[in-house]
Design a protein around this ligand. Structure first.
Ligand SMILES: [Cu+2]
Length: 316
C-alpha cells in the first residue's frame, strides 16, 4: 500500500533530499560562476586596460533577462520544496497514533494502550502519527534521519507523521532552545519489525525501571525521581538547580509564598505531596513560580510515599 525505498529511513527522505541537493547545486553553480566572472572582469576591465570608465544608461533586455532567469530558478526550488513538504501535511487515516509529550526537560511517548516510554518505538513500514504535546514552554521534535521536524506549542496540539523504512535506532531530540537543560532533551527512535513491535507493545512491564523487588523504599523512591525526570531540576547534594535540593529540608520549617503571602510550613509528607500535585500553591522561597508543573496522574500516591522515603533517607 505504501511504497518505500528500503534504503531510506523514512518516506520523506527522498523528497527532502532532492529539494536540498537541487538548492545546493544551484548555490554551488552560482558561487563558481560569480567568482569566475569577478576574476575575469578584474583582469579584463582593470585600470591599465581601461583608463576611462564607460557609463551605461540601462538596458531593458538585460533587466528582463536578470529578472526572468532568477524567477524561473526560484520557482524550480519552490516546486521541489513544496513537493517534499506537502505529503508531510497529509497523514494517512489508518496510521498508528503515539502521543509525544515534552516538558522541561524530557520527552515521554504514550501509546494507544497506555504504555509510556522515554524513547520512541515504532513498527517498520507502518505510518505513525505523533500528537505533539508541550506541557510548559516551546519545544521542537526533530528526527534528522527521517527528515521531520515540528514545533511543539503549549495549548496547540500539532501532528507529525512518517513511515519508518529501515530497522534501526536514530536520534530524536528537542531543537528549540527551551531552558537550562535543553541539551538533555536527547533520546532516540527505535524502528522494529512489525511482529517484534507488537510483542513489545503488549508487554507493559518491559520498560518499568529495573529495581530489585527487595530494594529499600528509599532506593525505589530514587528510581521514581529518575523515571519522571525530576532530577533535571532537583539535586540530592544540596546544590541549587532550577528547584530546591531534596537535601536538608525534611522536618524543618520551609519559608514559602502561598496565595501571595509569605509564611512558613513544615516540610513534611503533606508538603511534599502538595509540592508534587499542586506545585504552585506554595512556592519555596528563592525559587520561581510556574516552572514545576503538576505531576497529578503521572506520579501515583504510592510513588509519592517512596519519594518521601527517599527525601527522608537523605537526613540520615
Ligand atoms: Cu525542549
Amino acid at each position: 500500500m505504501y511504497s518505500i525505498n528500503p534504503e531510506n529511513a523514512s518516506n520523506f527522505v527522498a523528497g527532502v533530499d532532492l529539494a536540498f541537493f537541487i538548492i545546493l547545486g544551484v548555490s554551488i553553480f552560482f558561487l563558481v560562476a560569480i567568482t569566475a566572472a569577478m576574476i575575469i572582469f578584474i583582469r579584463k576591465y582593470n585600470r591599465e586596460k581601461h583608463p576611462e570608465a564607460i557609463q551605461n544608461e540601462g538596458s531593458t533586455k538585460l533587466e528582463i533577462i536578470w529578472t526572468v532567469i532568477p524567477l524561473l530558478i526560484v520557482l524550480v526550488m519552490f516546486y521541489f520544496g513544496w513537493m517534499g513538504w506537502k505529503p508531510m501535511k497529509t497523514p494517512p487515516e489508518d496510521a498508528m497514533r503515539v502521543k509525544a509529550i515534552a516538558r522541561m526537560w524530557n520527552f515521554k511517548f504514550e501509546y494507544e494502550n497506555g504504555k509510556l516510554t522515554d524513547s520512541l518505538y515504532v513498527p517498520l513500514n507502518q505510518p505513525v502519527i505523533l500528537d505533539l504535546v508541550a506541557l510548559d514552554v516551546l519545544h521542537s521534535l526533530y528526527i534528522p534521519a527521517f527528515r521531520v521536524k515540528e514545533d511543539m506549542v503549549p495549548g496547540n496540539i500539532k501532528q507529525m507523521w512518517f513511515i519508518p523504512g529501515q530497522v534501526g535506532s536514530y536520534d530524536l531530540f528537542c531543537t528549540e532552545y527551551c531552558g537550562l537543560e535543553h541539551s538533555y532533551m536527547y533520546t532516540g527512535v527505535h524502528v522494529m519489525h512489525e511482529d517484534e513491535f507488537d510483542e513489545w507493545l503488549k508487554d507493559t512491564t518491559a520498560v518499568a525501571p529495573v529495581v530489585a523487588e527487595d530494594a529499600s523504599p528509599a532506593d525505589r523512591g530514587f528510581q521514581v525521581l529518575v523515571k519522571n525526570g525530576c532530577n533535571a531540576c532537583h539535586s540530592s547534594d544540596g546544590s541549587k538547580l532550577v528547584g530546591p535540593s531534596y537535601l536538608g529540608n525534611w522536618g524543618n520549617m520551609r519559608k514559602v509564598t502561598a496565595g501571595g503571602e509569605k509564611t512558613e510550613v513544615l516540610f513534611d509528607k503533606e508538603y511534599i505531596r502538595k509540592s508534587i500535585y499542586d506545585p504552585n500553591a506554595e512556592i519555596a522561597d528563592g525559587f520561581n513560580k510556574g516552572l514545576m508543573l503538576s505531576y497529578e496522574g503521572l506520579v501515583s500516591e504510592e510513588e509519592i510515599e517512596l519519594i518521601i522515603e527517599y527525601i527522608r533517607s537523605l537526613n540520615e
